[in-house]
Design a binder for this molecule. Structure first.
Ligand code: 5GP
Ligand code: ZN
Length: 113
């Protein structure tokens, strides 16, 4: 996707602070962190949101969650963390490339939204 912000970050055309990378997944620090640790995990394949995951192989999809786990360990989030994927307008998704927010390093609110 030529004009997708996160595709450009994956390709290195827009700078980012890399946290983790393998052949299927790229992860970087959110530009507007909502917690001491706020990492975005994205598949290298362009998929708009969870609504589009049938375009992905199970292996590529699983790689995203396996990366979440790896990053949580790497970032020393032993006390816990929250994983969020906003999907569509009602969830206020602002970048239409599937991503998982990892939020940690502080106690989260006990309400989800
Ligand atoms: P969404 O609202 O779609 O769930 O999350 C998009 C996230 O991308 C937001 O938390 C926002 O701060 C982050 N973001 C937007 N543009 C950039 C950027 O250019 N670089 C980085 N690192 N994060 C970005
Ligand atoms: Zn994209």
């Amino acid at each position: 996707m030529d004009n997708c912000l996160f595709c450009k970050i994956v390709r290195g055309e827009i700078p980012s602070t890399k946290v983790y990378e393998n052949d299927k997944v790229y992860a970087f620090r959110d530009i507007n962190p909502q917690a001491p640790t706020h990492v975005l995990v994205v598949p290298k394949q362009h998929v708009p949101s969870i609504d589009g995951i049938n375009e992905m192989t199970d292996s590529d999809l699983a790689a995203c969650l396996r990366a979440v786990r790896e990053i949580a360990a790497q970032e020393n989030l032993a006390g816990g963390y929250r994983v969020i994927s906003n999907c569509g307008p009602d969830a206020c998704q602002s970048v239409p490339h599937l991503h998982f927010h990892i939020l940690g390093g502080r106690k989260m609110a006990d309400q989800m939204a």
